[in-house]
Design a protein around this ligand. Structure first.
Ligand SMILES: [Zn+2]
Length: 282
């Protein structure tokens, strides 16, 4: 493709999701660079239900490019300041809490010249919700913060996006690869469901015997039915994770005044992996 205009993107998405692969489920999140073309095309495309997240690596490059251009024109950046700014850009992008974000944005702005301060505030502030770690870690994006692992190091992606391949061939190969991966996962999952069921039986025995931290559960006669309904529906991995949260929830339950914890929490396991945290289990 020669262009990344909105029209080109519109056509590309229609070709992928409409013509060549209409049965594909739309993704929940699409990670892309900050290009205007996709941002304009996205709301009216077959990807409109997906959240458009922006790549931190591309954002870093874009901000640094501005700074370097400023430095070359001899306006306000010496070498030491440029190195400091580099760290502060990453710190800003990777801020993990609201406080960190506010603090690090300020720290970055302080290092910038006035016109770059205006640029950051005007251009990046409205995008933060879809770019900064604090926000995007809540998205069901399997832990992706950049497009890098897809672009430069993923052998499968490289194999399917060679310029000589042509679009139809490329999409057919991606389809086949995805199907094969799903088949492999299915057999591993089936095995894991059975092991998960055995794990539940063991846990029910522990509860009955009053093993820590289930001591009080046994006395009160609660908990032995826990996990019965999700036997053979959860993989062993998911069960071990949930059981850990369940133990934490029990510990919280027996503490006085913990009910406030139910109201709001910032755990991301439910939205990212579909597994409840201890607060949701309370
Ligand atoms: Zn929580």
């Amino acid at each position: 493709m020669k262009s990344e205009s909105a029209r080109a993107w519109q056509w590309f998405i229609e070709q992928c999701a409409g013509v060549h692969w209409p049965e594909a489920q739309p993704p929940k999140v699409v990670v892309a660079d900050l290009g205007e073309g996709l941002r304009t095309a996205h709301p009216n495309s077959k990807l409109s239900t997906a959240t458009l997240q922006f790549c931190q690596w591309h954002a870093f490059q874009a901000i640094r490019k501005k700074i370097n251009a400023g430095a070359r024109s001899g306006r306000g950046y010496n070498k030491k300041r440029r190195i400091r700014i580099k760290d502060r850009i990453w710190a800003y992008l990777q801020a993990a809490t609201k406080e960190e974000l506010d603090h690090r944005r300020e720290a970055l702005l302080r290092e910038m010249t006035l016109d770059h301060q205006a640029y950051l505030t005007k251009y990046y502030a409205p995008l933060e919700e879809y770019l900064i770690s604090y926000h995007v870690r809540k998205l069901p994006n399997l832990g992706a913060y950049s497009t890098q692992r897809g672009e430069s190091s993923n052998q499968a992606v490289k194999n399917f996006t060679r310029a000589t391949m042509g679009m139809r061939k490329s999409l057919t190969a991606i389809k086949r690869y995805t199907q094969e991966r799903c088949d492999t996962i299915l057999s591993t999952e089936t095995d894991s469901f059975t092991k998960g069921a055995m794990y539940v039986t063991q846990m029910q025995k522990d509860i009955k015997d009053g093993e820590p931290p289930f001591g009080r559960c046994a006395t009160l006669g609660i908990g032995t039915q826990a996990f019965e309904d999700i036997k053979l529906l959860f993989t062993r991995y998911a069960l071990v994770y949930t059981a850990k949260q369940y133990r934490k929830a029990l510990e919280l339950w027996f503490l006085p005044h913990t009910h406030k914890d139910r109201a709001y929490c910032e755990c991301t396991s439910l939205v990212r992996f579909g597994l409840p945290c201890e607060h949701k289990l309370l």
